[in-house]
Design a protein around this ligand. Sequence first.
Ligand SMILES: [Zn+2]
Length: 57
Amino acid sequence: MPASILGKVVDLPGTEVVRNPITRLDCPSCGSAHVAQVLGDNGGVSYVCTACGHSWS
Ligand SMILES: [Zn+2]
């Protein structure tokens, strides 16, 4: 469920989840534009689709 997936992402400690209206990323898995940008502590940025839960970087 999209709502539960988004909740998990937001609840992750030490991460910052930002809606990404600027770059307009589309999920490579389902094509949804509901993509959250996740800034990790490993120096990388990854993305999580809040529609299907697919994550990539
Ligand atoms: Zn997706």
